[in-house]
Write a protein that binds this ligand. Sequence first.
Ligand SMILES: [Zn+2]
Length: 390
Amino acid sequence: MIDVGLFVVLFVALACGWLLGKRKPRETKKVTDKGIPKDYFRGLNHLLNDQHSEAIDAFVDSLHVNSETFEIHLTIGNLFRKKGEIQKAINVHQNLLSRPEISPKEMRLVQLELASDFMSAGLLDRAERLLLNIAGTNSEFQPMILTLLVDLYEFEQSWDKAIKIGTQLNLIQSNEKIAKRLAHYHCEIAQSMMDKEQYQEAYKYYTSALDVDEKCVRASIGAADILIEQGRFKEAIKELKQVAIQDKEFVPVILPQLKECYDKSWRMGGYLKFLIEQNKQSPSASLMMAIAQHYYHEDPQYAETFLVEQLRLHPTIKGFKELIKMQLDESQGKNSDHLHVIFELIEHLEQVKHKFLCRQCGFSGHQLHWQCPSCKNWGTVKPIHGLEGE
Ligand SMILES: [Zn+2]
């Protein structure tokens, strides 16, 4: 891979060279006999000596700010930020802002970049002030300004502010991604209210989350938790069944809650019907195990036969473990030493394997995170499928 620093220097050197070739003699400052600023040669010298940062500084010095060089300065500042040299990015952008030559439109663009610099440097107060200052200008950059503010409030976990600005953004640039984020912000507030046992308020926030994004699995699961807490099992079942419509990949996650609801409302027949329907549409280890466990109480032999048939079609370690468990239960301790060893081995294997995977960046873990700890996307971490998962 090309070194980022070297790429930045080469880019800047080429850009400077090209612009200097176009520049009129009267625009140059300290020039050589051939009309090229000395700073340019200083930059080349640093480049040849592998002094990348010094080379960029010298190239930047060799360029005046004007309409032709504006984009180059902006790009240099952004490259500094991407390279992690935030103070240099801030210097380049602040230098641009101090120039009377740039237009109001260019000024807003630079302010946006400067706000990004402040955010990267962790100077959130300065970034917020700058963004709020330009947010009222109703410019063509309004979606970008609001997006940065939402990012900032999300980072600060200021969910109320993130909802306020995110709602404005959703009005001017409605898309699935911002709706998804807004729904999770509502869920975050709902969760904190659940922790304080303020179920009524929490339920309202989960409902609002579903109003913004009807596919929000987290809101349906959270609302069902509250309904279960209040003993409203039939309503909880209805809420949990929504998950199968919203995203089938999350069906294995809701099965323990759903079983509890059907059990407590004396409707286990309905539970089995749901399991069979879902297993036909989108088979998973959790579904086949839940069906087999249901059969096992009445006819262990039939349950085993069912599980073996299912494992042939959809082989999983979890399902195989369930089969060994059933055989162990049936053996009642007679001649089952080898089965115990196999069971323990599979159990150990299952414990070390991750259960959830981010569909966006590939992060995996043992727990379900609603926001991926790695790429920070919402709702992208889901149960792992295949032989080692569902
Ligand atoms: Zn991720």
